[in-house]
Design a protein around this ligand. Sequence first.
Ligand SMILES: Nc1ncnc2c1ncn2[C@@H]1O[C@H](COP(=O)(O)OP(=O)(O)OP(=O)(O)O)[C@@H](O)[C@H]1O
Ligand SMILES: [Mg+2]
Length: 723
Amino acid sequence: MDVSRLLDELNDKQREAVAAPLSNALVLAGAGSGKTRVLVHRIAWLMEVENITPFSILAVTFTNKAAREMRGRIESLMGRSLHNMWIGTFHGLAHRLLRAHHAEAGLPENFQILDSDDQYRLIKRILKAMNLDEKHWAPRQVQWYINGNKDEGLRPQHIETHGDHIQKKMREIYAAYQDACDRSGLVDFAELLLRAHELWAKNPDVLAHYQRRFRAVLVDEFQDTNNIQYAWLRMLCSGDTNNIMIVGDDDQSIYGWRGANVDNIQHFLKDFDNPTTVRLEQNYRSTGNILKAANTVIDNNTGRLGKELWTEDGQGELISVYAGFNELDEARFIVSKIKDWLHQGNALKDTAILYRNNAQSRVLEEALLHEGIAYRIYGGLRFFERQEIKDALGYLRMINHPHDDAAFERVVNTPSRGIGEKTLSQVRETARAHNCSMWQASQLLINEKALKGRALNAMQSFALLISELEQATTEAPLEEQADVAIRQSGLYAMYQAERGEKAQARLENLEELVTACKQFIVPEEAEEMTPLSAFLAHASLEAGEQQADKDQDAVQMMTIHTAKGLEFPLVFMAGVEEGMFPSQMTNDEPGRMEEERRLCYVGMTRAMQKLYITYAESRRLYGQDKYHTASRFIKEIPADCVEEVRLRTTISRPVHNRFSQATSHASFEDTGFQLGQRVVHRKFGEGIVLNYEGSGEHARVQVNFDEFGTKWLVLAYAKLEQA
Ligand SMILES: Nc1ncnc2c1ncn2[C@@H]1O[C@H](COP(=O)(O)OP(=O)(O)OP(=O)(O)O)[C@@H](O)[C@H]1O
Ligand SMILES: [Mg+2]
């Protein structure tokens, strides 16, 4: 093989890193400067020039997708398959080690991995067995505690409780949980890492074997390693013949909230022998404008290791900022731009919509579905497939039609009300025997006193809840039905008690469901149905729509966290307003604002040709209309990199930012009305136009009337006038 081929497509600095003599090295560089490319070429170089066999190479990436891509790229550079080279995530590699050395690691041969949901359920069982009330010992918090300690390498016996009662109890729960795992041969994600570390710490010969084997270790996205991962690498590379090359960007450290420690970059320079540092400063991904904007934003952070990026590319297009009147308008704008892109002959897969929180996807998904544009959600479920949404829909389905057995099964004991498996099989049995629904069967069992004691009470209170929900809400507007169901059922409180990042996201999704109900328009073909039936049909149809196929051309949707390391010609960052991004919680914790800014930097630097940043001046959040201003991050972008896409009037809205000074019109096609306009209706009085649907004689508008609240009106009949 012609070795120069490995260096041809690299700049001088990249070459220096790829062709460096065998030693420890840090490649520190900003986004899009070719860090991942350097790793790929370095691996090929090691094999070609240093004659290191693939068997002796260990490469660590951040996601499985990144690992697959890296293997593919190296194989295409080398022109052969490299199946015996280890490339994977920390978790994947740890798993592989533990499989190979289960006995030394103290695990049964067929040990099973416990995913996060399994872990959560096991913790709940442990709490129950210990007679601890979930109200005081929130399972999510316990999970957080256990994983956090494992990430720091701590077993229960290592934890100092300082005599604190709560700490002591937590430690006890951790120990009981670990016993249960060990008894059943279960290994959770954090345990994979900790066990793999202990495997080497306790078995010097095993460690020595891998030290001899892995002469070259390479790590991508090093800024997001946590302490146990760092310790593991350090142990591996403390042999005489190991070399490690890490690449990273301190400005892209975005997992601090999950225990990642950006200081590991500094530690690396101290802890590893004679490390060399290479800095890459040329960016090959983005246009000049995108790069300048991202550089300027991140410059507001303190304590950076410091680097500037430049590009040979031209300035490119300006970054477009769009201030949506509300989130629907924002979504509609994004979809219209995607359609333009498509009409210009581009592919959907080259487009990404990035957002801060998963709950934001709902409005965007609906706008895409409405236009028949295929999309894929990475690293998460589509809105209507999410657990908490299915729980809430379960209650709504019970209100709508209590004989829905699937809904019954889903919610009868969620949140837990003491209806156990035994009672449930009794219900199923009775339903089968009488050929009736589980709901009817449960009524039967109650009436015939076939249930006893606790089971009877629990079932009675469930039955009461459902009929109360039904009575309380049949006359109410759809969003109220949803809101009442979510709260009165105890679902909301259940997720609230869990705390932690994931629970927060679930609460946001539940709130978002109420918003979805509010925005729901009964389609014409469903006018005979109640709004609730129509909505449930809509939700199951949406959930039934499969994710776009792997090979299908589709818009890529994901949180900014998930987008790390990826690039797309066209990128939309949605919801970039104060209170969303940076998120509301940011103010409470020191250091959080800077992490949010790094996240913004990661988002912006995913864009190659064109970046749109959008926000909504009003957004229904947590059941209320919130008015937001443009994110501080938008304001940090130099004015000469940005253009405002549409200048609009913002009538009677107390929003002041530099994007809302000028006037023009976003009237909907041929109706003559515009979003945000004040109107008068003969019966409902004055209100403000929030949204619209359709055109011509089918055009409908949503108006928030000062006295009567929000209503959808068919324009042809409503006789609206300007106020
Ligand atoms: N010397 C080069 N010549 C041409 N293109 C390059 C060169 N170096 C990198 N690229 C291209 O630039 C883009 C960014 O590279 P890469 O993904 O390796 O950057 P990165 O530093 O890993 O970014 P991130 O920090 O986002 O992970 C890729 O499309 C890559 O192929
Ligand atoms: Mg990369």
